[in-house]
Design a protein around this ligand. Sequence first.
Ligand code: NAD
Length: 487
Amino acid sequence: MSKVINEVKTLKNYVGGEWIEPKSDQTQEVYNPATGEVIAHVPISSQEDVDHAVTVAQEAFQEWKEVAVPKRARILFKYQQLLVDHWDELAELITIENGKNLKEAKGEVQRGIENVEFACGAPTLMMGDQLPSIATGLESSVQRYPIGVIGGITPFNFPMMVPCWMYPMAIATGNTFVMKPSERTPLLANRLAELLEEAGLPKGVFNIVHGAHDVVNGLLDHEKVAAISFVGSQPVAEYVYKRGTENLKRVQALAGAKNHSIVLKDANLDNATTQILNAAFGSAGERCMAASVVAIEESAADEFITQLKEKADAVKMGNGLDDEVFLGPVIREQHKERTLNYIGTGEEEGAKLVRDGRNDQTDSEGYFVGPTIFDNVTTEMKIWQDEIFAPVLSIVRVSNLTEAINVTNESPFANGACIFTRDGGSVRQFRETIDAGMLGVNIGVPAPMAFFPFSGWKNSFYGDLHANGKDGVEFYTRKKVMTTRWV
Ligand code: NAD
């Protein structure tokens, strides 16, 4: 099978430092999307299993919140070293359960490690403030505290990076954590837990309950869960936000996207096509920061499309464990079918199919779709409107930057947007008038970094405080303000 998976097991939940079988006996198959092989069975736990995990996490919180912040950070320093030591193994596991190529998987591990490194700064990040004289003889100060049990719900597309947006900072700031990983990529989560245990994390601080909707609802409804961090598709993010806040929880819900890249006629087209090739088709288009639409100035469009198509023709598709492979599979057979339907819809809607990924072949048995490019797309088309989450790129021809920005701003999604140009004034106009939270200039993917907030807007984010950066610290802490007269 592989070095990192040597037998097909039914995974267990991780609660209170023990690997336990859930009360529910329901399971679901986990596939390697590059081969179609079953690599594990994941339990579909019940609300009873959630209740048990939350109760354990709540008990653990009473002690963990009292542990000195530098001591909590020291465990994360050790964890960081373990992640570095296991970098290749973790990346291989990501490739096997998710399908992205090994180089991308190694990059994902790096992003996860950076989140742990950022969380190691908790002693500084958790500091309060003080003003010695708010009035004569009176001073005020603010102190920061953890909030309790956090529920983390994650998607399939970044089995390492997305959980690392959550639990390192949550536990560094003194909270305890119950995570529900994607049931489509659940293996890596268990490895992350094993390494946390090896780093010396006390029992019950980090817990995993595998499953699907019931576990999510169990977390959303549980009175002892103080906050929910969610990352996933737009309809589920909206649902999670509404139900979680209705239950008076703090919620951050990062959602789907339809990211636009604007290419102006003065852009370096070689750079633009290389960057957009990677942004549209890398990770099989299954990134929330994927480039899904290019809005290009008419006079540069033909040359851009010729270059992009040439580069897409040269892409090697197959099992991401093969060093030469750029484009891996999409996550499941149903997702491949959905993507093929969208390509059919694009044709019916009258877009021009410049490159048809349905014709690309591989010698792997998995769920592959080749790079697909549509030209002459308009905002009335479903292929422009919907998040396809696959290697399908739409090109919209525009007459100038203002029209490109107007087109982009019509989308209800607003995770990211990029511009390709050499003109400073255009960059400024783009920055000032585009509706999106993550901007890129002459790059294809303005990737979220641990140290800055992942700033999605509109239907790409529900909540106030984003993941990562100082927003993350704020989200996982609450404050006391004390006013003192020393007499
Ligand atoms: P998904 O919404 O299907 O699943 C996400 C999580 O929600 C999973 O753990 C899943 O079990 C759970 N879930 C799914 N349906 C549910 C329901 N009806 N009720 C309760 N829980 C439910 O998302 P996915 O397909 O795993 O991931 C891809 C999506 O995530 C894309 O839309 C992508 O854009 C988005 N995403 C967004 C970001 C971001 O930062 N904005 C990052 C990564 C992925």
